[in-house]
Write a protein that binds this ligand. Structure first.
Ligand code: NAP
Length: 279
């Protein structure tokens, strides 16, 4: 009876248990596998994770505020987790903890087309921004990073954008990554909001340097923050003719990648999407 879970603090709001249990049922694994939510404070996180394999856990998702700690305690990690410095998926196998970051692949999978060669803007400089910047750059996009606290955007630029790391990257045509203070919104084919703006009703056109009427008509706009219904940012983007991608789609796609890692099976995306939307 393999067990799975999402570990966070708080975690009661998470839609992952409903989404992943629906997926397990659709795959015919509902009687064997289970997915639960575990709330643990940061100081107890590492000890809890070390105890999970003996309790029948095959792996876990990790969410705020534990993603950096999850990466740090792993015995082995994927290239993405290493470059991002954070993990949202752990696998317990042969006495080892393996770390992956499916937030990165989940963002790419949620886009309507490849970002290769596209000019992209990532708003924010937290954990979600690092995953987005790394993922977009690995796909061959040019990435500009803006953050309210400029020094944190500069830090991502230094850590992910240094010349040595660019040389290591495989088959990347467009290698630039820079921190920006001012920009022209209409220059971007893809804008990804990874800030927490909107989570508690903040107005993105007040808190972020975006204009409601500034989206290019062919642009794609992603809002990682999700709540009930489309966000203010995505409503404005759609009204301007841009393609809007919501945070639930990112949640679904990262969850699907995690499920594939744990089970080796093709995730039932439509089932997961419906469950994540509470349908
Ligand atoms: P984090 O590390 O705490 O970073 C928060 C970011 O938001 C920082 O860049 C911060 O800027 C910025 N910010 C907060 N309030 C702001 C405001 N009023 N104006 C401008 N910027 C503001 O968080 P995270 O882990 O990156 O997550 C960010 C958001 O993405 C969260 O809302 C989270 O729920 C969401 N998320 C969604 C998914 C998904 O699957 N859909 C996955 C991951 C994260 P400063 O540096 O200036 O403080």
């Amino acid at each position: 009876m393999p067990r799975l879970a999402v570990i966070g603090h708080p975690v009661a709001h998470s839609r992952s248990p409903a989404m992943q249990n629906a997926a397990l049922r659709a795959l015919g694994l509902g009687e064997e596998w289970s997915y639960e939510a575990i709330d643990v404070a940061p100081e107890a996180f590492a000890e809890l994770v070390r105890a999970l394999p003996a309790e029948g856990f095959a792996g876990v998702n990790v969410t705020v505020p534990h993603k950096t700690a999850a990466f740090a305690l792993a015995d082995a990690s994927s290239e993405g987790a290493q470059r991002i410095g954070a993990a949202n998926t752990l696998v317990f196998e042969a006495g080892q903890v393996q770390a992956h970051n499916t937030d990165a692949g989940g963002l790419i999978a949620s886009l309507p087309r490849s970002p290769r060669g596209a000019r992209t803007l990532v708003l924010g400089a937290g954990g979600a921004a690092r995953a987005a910047a790394w993922a977009l750059r690995a796909e061959g996009a040019a990435v500009d990073i803006w953050n309210r606290t400029e020094a944190r955007a500069q830090q991502i630029h230094l850590e992910l954008g240094g010349p040595d790391q660019a040389r290591e990257a495989v088959d990347i045509e467009v290698r630039d990554l820079r921190a920006v203070v001012e920009f022209d919104q209409s220059d971007y084919e893809l804008i990804v909001n990874t800030t927490a703006v909107g989570l508690h009703g903040e107005d993105p056109f007040v808190e972020l340097p975006l204009r409601r009427d500034g989206f290019g008509p062919g642009a794609v706009v992603v809002d990682m923050v999700y709540g009930e219904g489309p966000s203010t940012l995505l409503r404005a983007a759609a009204a301007a003719g841009a393609t809007a991608v919501d945070g639930i789609e990112i949640l679904v796609q990262q969850g699907a990648l995690s499920l594939r890692i744990w089970t080796g099976l093709e995730p039932p995306l439509d089932v997961m999407r419906a469950a994540a939307h509470g349908i």
